[in-house]
Design a protein. Structure first.
Length: 123
């Protein structure tokens, strides 16, 4: 006789995107996990903010990024260039996320504030 095992569905990854307009720039803060379950939400929120003007992206509370999250970032960079949007990323990124960005070479592509190559203009 086999015992029935109750399968608990995996918890949905949590992502919190906060958008705050402050003068000439909009601050988009991201917390939680940027993965296959949340990449579309992240992309849509950031795209909407960028379409309205210059954006500062705060990833300090981002705890995890998978390949879907990296793909979302890469796609947004291409869209920023194509649309002429302005994005600057605050340099205070969590250690695990920073390591992933370094290992994949993405760290050099992202427009961190304080670097002259911030995409779309001054960071």
């Amino acid at each position: 006789m086999r015992e029935a095992m109750s399968a608990t569905p995996p918890e949905r990854a949590q992502l919190r995107v906060t958008v705050v307009g402050s003068g000439e720039r909009t601050l988009v803060s991201v917390a939680g996990e940027l993965d296959i379950a949340t990449a579309d939400e992240f992309t849509a929120s950031l795209r909407d903010a960028l379409a309205g003007g210059p954006v500062t992206l705060d990833l300090a509370e981002l705890s995890f990024v998978d390949s879907s999250g990296l793909r979302a970032l890469d796609g947004l960079l291409e869209e920023i260039d194509r649309e002429g949007w302005t994005l600057g990323i605050r340099p205070d990124v969590g250690r695990g996320v920073r390591q992933l960005l370094e290992l994949t070479g993405m760290i050099g592509l992202l427009p961190f504030e304080g670097r002259p190559e911030a995409r779309g203009g001054p960071g």
